[in-house]
Write a protein that binds this ligand. Structure first.
Ligand code: AMP
Ligand code: MG
Length: 362
């Protein structure tokens, strides 16, 4: 593993695209940049992506450099038609085709063996490639109009929460890329579900908006990679997705997640808050509509209604960034275990907390 260095600096432009009949001039400019091997941040339905030509080694290494991303953490290749899976992949299994028929365009990434045309810089040195066809119309137009396959990880600085608004991209990538396309806040707010179909045993490497249960309808034997369900960063578990081993999504303040009955959790968090405030620290709480009124923190943010997982998911990264902006020293979060999208929410939250979770028992 090594860290790529930036080869130049940029005056970063932030150009707004109106989704109703969007402006071709911004798209044209973005396509010209991409064709020259430069990078463009753009909205997708999951999070903002930092795009570059997936088949161009130089462009791919610029992505690692701009994010400060370790070179062995592979990129997802974004395509605009399902057939592209066969040009960037090889020996594509039946299951992969069926999944893409059901879920593309959409928040699902499949991993298959890579074809010769994809450089190993893009795949972090692996012989496999991650592929996704997004549904966002700006993302799709960019891929189609440029005529490229676009490698795009989340458009955040490595280790920070993913970007769900163009302003977040500016915070992290200003001076490092020439253009950010502002398409407003993204609808989903969590990165794609990643399914590895490159080996005998199909596995979910990253939970997302498309759930295990939905994938099981197509591939009954699908399971989570053990690292996904690990409560602690299990040092013995071999991380299949190289990204699994790196610190992720972390706010600057110390984040602790609490699980247990709502009353007990509220009481415990309030006592932690009181203790930290006595020592002059700034405290924050990540709560829900139902609970927010009960907390005494300096900063209290609601992710939405507990019953609406989509709403919770879409605000998570934004709130983690907000705590950074407001310089919270200690952040306390409720937990969101549930079988559906809750899995993905907790996966991100636990990573952000460095697996720092406390069970408040009765
Ligand atoms: P990001 O684009 O920032 O959401 O990160 C992409 C994620 O996809 C990383 O965690 C990678 O480890 C994972 N990924 C991409 N390509 C592969 C691959 N060929 N094999 C396993 N994981 C991959
Ligand atoms: Mg990322």
């Amino acid at each position: 593993m090594f860290q790529q260095k930036m080869d130049k600096t940029y005056e970063t432009k932030l150009l707004r695209v109106d989704r109703k009949g969007f402006s071709d001039s911004v798209l044209n400019e973005a396509c010209e940049l991409l064709k020259k091997g430069e990078l463009v941040a753009f909205p997708t339905e999951t999070v903002y992506g930092l795009g570059g030509n997936a088949l161009d080694k130089t462009a791919a290494s610029r992505i690692y450099a701009a994010k400060g991303r370790p070179s062995d953490n592979p990129l997802i290749v974004h395509v605009a038609e399902k057939e592209a899976l066969f040009s960037v992949g090889r020996e594509v299994p039946e299951g992969a085709v069926r999944l893409t028929e059901r879920f593309w365009p959409g928040p699902l990434t499949v991993i298959v063996k890579k074809s010769e045309i994809v450089p190993k810089t893009t795949t972090g040195g692996l012989d496999t490639v991650a592929v996704r066809m997004p549904s966002d119309e700006i993302a799709m137009s960019l891929i189609k109009q440029s005529g490229l396959y676009i490698a795009a990880p989340s458009a955040n600085a490595s280790g920070r929460p993913s970007t769900t608004r163009a302003e977040h991209c500016m915070e992290d990538l200003k001076g490092k890329i020439p253009l950010i396309i502002d398409g407003g806040p993204v609808p989903i707010g969590l990165e794609s579900t990643i399914v590895d179909l490159s080996s005998e045993r199909p596995l979910i490497l990253r939970p997302g908006f498309i759930t295990l249960e939905q994938i099981r309808e197509i591939i009954p034997e699908i399971e989570y990679d053990p690292a996904v369900i690990a409560r602690e960063a299990d040092k013995n578990a071999v991380a299949k997705a190289p990204g699994m081993k790196y610190r992720h999504y972390a706010p600057r303040g110390e984040l602790t997640v609490f699980e247990g009955s709502p009353e007990k959790v509220i009481k415990r968090i309030n006592s932690e808050i009181a203790e930290k405030r006595r020592h002059g620290f700034k405290t924050a709480v990540l709560a829900t509509e139902e609970s927010i009124a009960y907390y005494n923190a300096d900063i209290a943010e609601s992710l939405g209604r507990r019953t609406d997982e989509g709403e919770i998911a879409s605000h998570l990264f934004e709130m983690l960034r907000k705590f950074d902006d407001e310089e919270a020293d200690f952040i306390y979060a409720e937990s969101f275990f549930s079988p559906g999208v809750g899995r993905a929410i907790m996966n991100r939250l636990l990573k952000a907390a460095g697996y720092n979770i406390i069970t408040v028992s009765d």
